[in-house]
Write a protein that binds this ligand. Structure first.
Ligand code: VOV
Length: 247
């Protein structure tokens, strides 16, 4: 036995924030407009970096009490994500909000996704999955998860063959959602509190429920998966974020 080979791509930083509404309402309209203009410049700079294929960026408005907004950043290095954390903190919108949750991980693919005899660094399709552009879908869903280590249900004590079979069945369910739900699986063992971060993208949020529920009945989730909190939201352009915040 031994750890299976994995392929890693960009580091991922999910930043969840809530707006300090009292403070936001207490400032002048002109100041709110200035803050949102400043934010748009920040977000546009992120979009340019994405266009240059040096990272990726998404901004979302979140449902429920857990967070108001989610910013997702991907970069080649952790140090770049740490710089981004500071750049974000220096914006005026950061002064009007606070971090309520964050998640650090790295885009991960099973090593057997590599084509035999082909250098993964030269496989363009693989590289596009390891360094993904933020999918354009209208909705996002994030949750962290572990694979169980309990009695008979210990994922990490299975043989490679067994794990492969479980993941094959898992992949078959996922494939039925091709073009409907896109997943970015990021590994976080040694990086954050759970073993993986799951980020799903879909135009119709109902499809998150359908997919996650269907997977619950598959052994790889039914027997082995443990889940953290779920976050769901919709994609926000600079204009729609400003509109959402308008008093
Ligand atoms: C959109 C659907 C979708 C599709 C097509 C899909 C396919 C695949 C394939 C083919 C593979 C294996 C190769 C690899 O890439 O590693 C995986 C791998 C993985 N998945 Fe997945 N998954 C999906 C979706 C999908 C969901 C919704 C979840 C959350 C589980 C749930 O119950 O809530 C998930 C989890 C994972 C994890 C944690 C891993 C890594 C496990 C490990 O031990 O390595 N995944 N996944």
């Amino acid at each position: 036995m031994g750890a299976p080979a994995t392929l890693e791509g960009w580091y991922v930083y999910h930043e969840f924030r809530t707006i300090n509404w009292e403070q936001w309402k207490s400032i002048a309209e002109t100041e709110r407009v200035r803050i949102m203009q400043e934010w748009s410049a920040f977000a546009n700079a992120q979009a340019n970096i994405e266009r240059d294929r040096k990272g990726s960026y998404g901004q979302y408005i979140m449902a429920g009490h857990k967070a108001d907004v989610l910013f997702i950043f991907m970069r080649p290095s952790l140090a770049e994500l740490n710089q981004l954390k500071a750049d974000l903190a220096k914006t005026s919108l950061a002064d009007m909000s606070q971090s309520v949750y964050s998640y650090i991980s790295i885009v991960e693919l099973g090593g057997y996704m590599a084509k035999p005899g082909v250098d993964p660094a030269l496989d363009e399709a693989l590289q596009a999955r390891l360094k993904p552009e933020m999918p354009p879908h209208q909705h996002v869903c994030f949750y962290p998860m572990n694979k169980r280590r309990q009695g008979e249900d210990n994922w990490f004590m299975l043989s490679e063959q067994e794990r492969r079979e479980f993941m094959k069945a898992h992949g078959m369910i996922g494939r039925q959602y091709a073009g409907i739900v896109k997943q970015i699986i990021s590994g976080s063992v040694g990086l954050d509190d759970w073993e993986w971060g799951v980020t799903l993208f879909a135009d119709d949020p109902l499809q998150f429920k359908k997919l996650v529920y269907e997977m619950r009945f598959d052994a790889s989730s039914a027997r082995f998966a443990e889940f953290g909190p779920f976050y769901v939201g919709h994609r926000a352009s600079n204009e729609s974020l400003a509109q959402w915040l308008r008093i």
